[in-house]
Design a binder for this molecule. Structure first.
Ligand code: AMP
Length: 189
């Protein structure tokens, strides 16, 4: 089973990913986490990644596709996975589509977590206090929202037109949201 989880920064992708991978017993592939690991290494690539993440911009499609292809070639990903935070651009969506076709993998669901903008900003400001993520400053949050609206949100239509999109209201408790996600994936929403 392959599931793509989409949502603006602060929509709860991380929390819902954990529940989904536990429930479906599939590996989790988070490009944000992979990039934060690469950033910590501090080499030239790590420095370039840090510049993008810390300013709220996207890293290059080539780098993302390289990381994702590499990860998906590992044996534990052959049964499927949860893709969290990718694709984020049309180019990434097209190239992932090609990759799935080459391996004869089927994309089962695209779950999009919907949260009103004011609530997103409130959550990210709260997370900044608790986690101290370098990309949770007010300026970076604003840029990440803008990047999401301009570069990632158009993908919702791409997946909707293919009948794969399951939109879920991601407000309320994490458990309530998860139950809505499950209903959506199981075709009851
Ligand atoms: P996330 O943890 O998914 O919110 O990602 C944190 C940051 O990593 C983003 O703001 C981007 O700078 C970068 N990033 C994560 N995934 C991608 C992607 N698929 N394409 C480009 N940049 C990404």
């Amino acid at each position: 089973m392959i599931i793509i989880l989409m949502g603006a920064p602060g929509s709860g992708k991380g929390t819902q990913s954990k529940r989904l991978v536990d429930h479906f017993q599939i590996p989790h592939l988070s490009t944000g986490e992979m990039l934060r690991e690469a950033k910590k290494r501090g080499d030239e690539t790590g420095r370039q990644i840090a510049e993008c993440i810390d300013s709220g911009r996207l890293v290059s499609d080539d780098l993302i596709l390289h990381l994702v292809e590499d990860r998906l070639s590992q044996p534990q990903y052959q049964r499927g996975c949860l893709l969290d935070g990718v694709p984020r651009t049309t180019v990434q969506a097209m190239r992932l589509d090609e990759l799935f076709r080459r391996h004869a993998w089927t994309l089962d669901h695209v779950v999009a977590l919907s949260v009103p903008q004011t609530e997103l900003v409130r959550r990210l400001a709260a997370r900044a206090k608790v986690e101290g993520r370098a990309d949770d400053t007010p300026e970076t949050i604003a840029r990440r929202m803008d990047v999401y609206d301009k570069q990632t949100a158009p993908l919702l239509e791409f997946f909707r037109s293919r009948g794969l999109l399951r939109e879920v209201a991601a407000v309320g408790s994490a458990e309530d949201v998860f139950q809505r996600v499950l209903s959506a994936v199981n075709g009851q929403a």
